[in-house]
Design a protein around this ligand. Structure first.
Ligand code: ZN
Length: 131
């Protein structure tokens, strides 16, 4: 394991717990995006995972992700899920090689630079909002 990052550690449950969904949510509510980096292949994810999606390793290290990145793909959902008003747009945003699903504030195009502008709360589940 490499040196721990105090900016990340303050959200974690304990030194051995890794990144939990609870820690991820707590960080997001303070405008900090946490992800994981695979110690074996280097793959980065933007959400807690039990194992690396690329190589299956369980050696995942919690990392802080940048709060700005690039839109990889986006889609507008015309019929919103319960709790949302009207059509809304979601996007896959790439943050320093980690890709996350996020809400976006207004119409964005593939390749646009976006940054974290807030948090969408629904049923006690925060989601990042970019714009
Ligand atoms: Zn891996």
């Amino acid at each position: 394991m490499s040196e721990s990052d105090p900016a990340v550690d303050r959200f974690l449950e304990g030194s051995d717990a890794g990144l939990t969904h609870t820690a991820w949510k707590r960080a997001l509510r303070e405008d900090v995006l946490l992800g994981e980096a695979c110690a074996d292949c280097g793959h980065r994810s933007g959400a807690p995972r039990a194992a690396c999606v690329r190589c299956g390793s369980r050696e995942l290290e919690p990392i802080a992700l940048p709060t700005s990145g690039e839109v990889i793909t986006e889609t507008t959902i015309a019929v919103p899920p319960e709790g949302f008003d009207g059509p809304h747009t979601v996007a896959i945003v790439e943050l320093d090689a980690a890709r996350i699903m996020a809400g976006v504030e207004e119409s964005v195009d593939i390749g646009d630079s976006v940054e974290l502008v807030g948090v969408l709360e629904r049923d006690d589940e925060p989601g990042p909002l970019f714009g």
